[in-house]
Design a protein around this ligand. Structure first.
Ligand code: HSE
Length: 433
């Protein structure tokens, strides 16, 4: 049987996971034995590694692998943006298909990358870029193609879910838990991308493009992370019957805009009712709910980060490529490749519609709840619940949960509430589903 020869660029957490799967002696499918690692490009050849590699496998020049006529597929798992983008594009132009786990590059330069792949008659596969080990890209490209996708909502960053779960269950310290997530290989090299929500925004951008078929302006996604989360909000949310999770949300909006499809997309820490299936997703696990027509609702769930799960997705992409190369066909498989077919745009921040949670610190005086309620009412914001949760030394903490409302109306009410003489501080604001 013809072998599939690969060059791996980067040998960190994911690279090692790929090596382990491909060298596993267990009885995984025999096709795995047809994948041969021809070279691995690393920054420092002499670095001490916990996996012993034959020296002739290593190079510090990734372009040597791209230029090697023996190599069919380049696996980019080095991370970063500019050099990784260059490597992906050069590989495609050299006629090699690419497997990448790099969501930051795909979310920003997807158009150029997908177009280049098509132009050169090769593929770029990205299963490992979103939700670690959960198959989500392949289902969106193939198994769900007979559907119209209406909405996707999910927990798509493992690091932040790991941190929030530990803060909720064990009252763990935020910084210590982030360090642990880094040690376990969940967090990005620069974990700011995880905790500030940018990693989740990259991922929902990629999923949205695949699901709805149009190019998304990545920078227009309203993004908040978990770095401002206060343990008090977790406690209050729990008391009121919610969990707090970092959610990524993408939905067709009914705002009419000629032929361009309007999309309501955001990423932010959110209250989820404890009875909701996403509330039970704990630790490094991810889950994504997809609402589609005629299918209905499905949820994909599993480990969202880490060496083994992410490598599992990379290797499944390599196997898909190998299977397509074996066909020896000169035509591109339209469901394995990807190209935009629709015009889409992200709706403006003020038009985004959602439920909100607001924690207000104010004077514990008669009529204050009434005044807050009136200001919301005057701005056409309907309140689902308003409670005073803590009162001491003449101060009160008031928590408001609104019904679904546009950001424009909510932000206007918030501004007016913040200048009430009784209000000391708007302590926090979160989304709700
Ligand atoms: N840092 C990412 C996460 C890795 O925590 O989800 C997987 O993409």
């Amino acid at each position: 049987m013809q072998k599939c020869k690969i060059g791996i660029i980067g040998f960190g957490t994911v690279g090692k996971g790929i090596y382990r799967i491909l060298n596993s002696q267990s009885s995984i499918h025999p096709i795995l034995k047809e994948i041969e690692i021809v070279g691995i490009a690393v920054k420092n050849i002499n670095k001490k590694r916990d996996i012993e590699l034959e020296n002739n496998l290593l190079t510090n020049n990734p372009f040597k692998l791209i230029d090697d006529p023996n190599i069919d597929v380049i696996v980019e798992v080095m991370g970063g943006i500019d050099i990784a983008k260059d490597i992906i594009l050069k590989s495609l132009k050299a006629g090699k298909s690419v497997v990448t786990a790099n969501k930051a590059v795909i979310a920003r330069f997807g158009t150029e990358i997908y177009t280049t792949a098509t132009k050169y008659g090769v593929y770029v596969l990205t299963e490992a870029a979103v939700c670690g080990g959960i198959p989500i890209i392949e289902p969106l490209k193939r198994s769900l193609r007979s559907n119209q996708i209406n909405k996707m909502v999910g927990i798509i960053n493992g690091t932040t879910n790991f941190i929030l779960t530990k803060m909720t269950k064990e009252k763990a310290d935020y910084k210590e838990t982030l360090k642990l997530a880094q040690k376990l290989g969940f967090a990005e090299f620069d974990p700011t991308a995880d905790v500030e929500g940018h990693d989740a925004a990259d991922k929902i951008s990629i999923l949205t493009e695949l699901a709805f078929g149009g190019k998304i302006n990545r920078d227009s996604i309203s993004t908040e992370g978990i770095n401002q989360i206060n343990i008090k909000d977790i406690e209050y949310a729990n008391k009121l019957g919610f969990e707090i999770k970092l959610l990524a949300f993408s939905e067709r909006s009914d705002i009419n805009s000629n032929d361009s499809l309007s999309l309501n997309i955001w990423v932010g820490p959110s209250l989820i009712p404890k009875s909701h299936p996403l509330a039970a997703v704990e630790g490094v696990n991810n889950a994504i709910l997809i609402e589609a027509n005629p299918l209905g609702e499905i949820m994909l769930y599993g480990p969202g980060a880490g060496s083994g799960p992410t490598a599992s997705s990379v290797v499944s992409d390599i196997l898909n490529l190998h299977a397509s190369l074996l066909k020896n066909s000169s035509s591109i498989d339209p469901l394995l490749s990807f190209n935009f077919w629709k015009d889409c745009h992200v709706i403006d921040f003020n038009q985004i519609s959602k439920k909100n949670y607001l924690r207000i610190i104010c004077l514990d005086t008669p009529g204050v709840i009434g005044k807050i309620g009136d200001l919301f009412g005057n701005n056409d914001v309907s309140i689902e619940s308003i409670v005073q949760l803590d009162a001491s030394e003449n101060k009160a903490e008031i928590v408001v949960i609104t019904h679904e409302v546009t950001n424009g109306k909510f932000e206007k009410s918030k501004k007016e509430i913040s200048v009430l003489s009784e209000v000391e501080l708007i302590a926090s604001q979160l989304s709700c589903i």
